[in-house]
Ligand binder design. Sequence first.
Ligand SMILES: [Zn+2]
Length: 73
Amino acid sequence: MMSNCPQTVSAGSYLIGTLDPLDHLRFIQHVEDCTSCKREITELLPVMRLLQRAKEAGVDLASIVPEQAGPHR
Ligand SMILES: [Zn+2]
């Protein structure tokens, strides 16, 4: 029942590194106490590593990562 953390959506942005420095810090602190976000990151990490590698190889990430609804609405 604890899997519905509203902050989980930030996990992707956090891993990509698109969070504001402040949000980034907040999220890191939040994840310490949040099993849901921690799990999300653990699950996303391999994917992000892959994306990172693709990025380094010059692949346009925007073409393979669907636009997600960000924290800003
Ligand atoms: Zn959370």
